[in-house]
Write a protein that binds this ligand. Structure first.
Ligand SMILES: CC(C)(COP(=O)(O)OP(=O)(O)OC[C@H]1O[C@@H](n2cnc3c(N)ncnc32)[C@H](O)[C@@H]1OP(=O)(O)O)[C@@H](O)C(=O)NCCC(=O)NCCS
Length: 225
């Protein structure tokens, strides 16, 4: 059994630093000009999310001991482009944002996702889950472990964290039907079996609900490739 999760940092090793931000905060002064130009004209909620995610990313760089730099985009998709030598991942909801950043020489892949600990609409669950995953969700009910109440939302979040770790390495789409996920509620861990050809066959993850927010985390050390 793994130790209980007290903070979002406990979902990662020390090779990755995580910074989070809570509340419906919208502070334009937190955005850097290069990032502002990248974002362009968007709705206020999207702007708030982007600003808070970028703020977390820069503070995670400081926590790692490197000078903060803007986080731009890797291409036409929305994947973030990290400064040279770093890997990372960003997530945001209406009231929560977090970024996890690590050194590329130590960490191959990072993914983080946050979701409110609320039921997932049934039609969404049926779109993203295999039969075995659906059975697990039904069986465990509100006992998904690590203070998570909604196993359906946990499954959805884990798959999104897996995608964020997968995409920068593979450079290709991974659908919800392309990864099968199993959970260990006591340990607060999950494992994804990737069902398509690519750079990774399995991805490990950790999870917890922290003050009503489900956070799922994927971290792959470079040596385990
Ligand atoms: C990309 C995706 C995972 C984002 O998740 P989300 O819950 O909608 O949003 P979050 O706030 O948690 O994360 C958004 C951040 O993800 C990051 N992101 C977006 N596309 C990404 C990609 N291709 N690779 C890595 N990170 C990406 C960005 O940093 C983005 O924030 P930003 O635009 O402000 O920079 C989701 O929109 C998606 O496309 N999912 C379908 C693919 C999938 O999940 N497959 C499951 C495989 S098992």
């Amino acid at each position: 059994m793994t130790a209980a999760v007290g903070s979002v940092q406990d979902l990662f090793t020390d090779a990755v630093q995580v910074v989070q931000r809570r509340g419906d905060v919208h502070d334009e002064s937190l955005l850097w000009p290069e990032e502002d130009a990248l974002l362009g004209e968007v709705a206020p909620g999207r702007r708030r999310d982007f600003v808070n995610g970028r703020w977390c990313a820069r503070h995670a760089m400081v926590a790692l001991g490197v000078a903060p730099e803007p986080v731009l985009r890797s291409g036409e998709d929305r994947a973030p482009a990290w400064p040279r030598g770093l890997v990372g991942s960003i997530t945001h909801t209406d009231t929560y944002a977090a970024a996890a950043v690590g050194f590329a020489e130590l960490v191959l892949a990072v993914g983080i996702d946050a979701e409110p600990d609320a039921a997932l609409p049934d039609r969404v669950l049926r779109r993203v889950a295999f039969d075995a995953e659906l059975s697990w969700v039904e069986q465990c009910g509100p006992r998904a472990g690590q203070d998570v109440t909604n196993a359906d939302r946990l499954l959805f979040s884990a798959k999104e964290a897996i995608y964020k770790a997968w995409y920068p390495l593979a450079g290709s789409w991974l659908g919800f039907e392309d990864a099968r996920v199993t959970f260990d509620p006591d340990g607060g861990t999950f494992e994804a079996q990737i069902l398509v050809e690519g750079p990774l066959g399995r991805l490990p993850g950790r999870y917890a609900a922290l003050d009503g927010v489900i956070v799922t985390a994927v971290e792959l050390p470079r040596r385990q490739r």
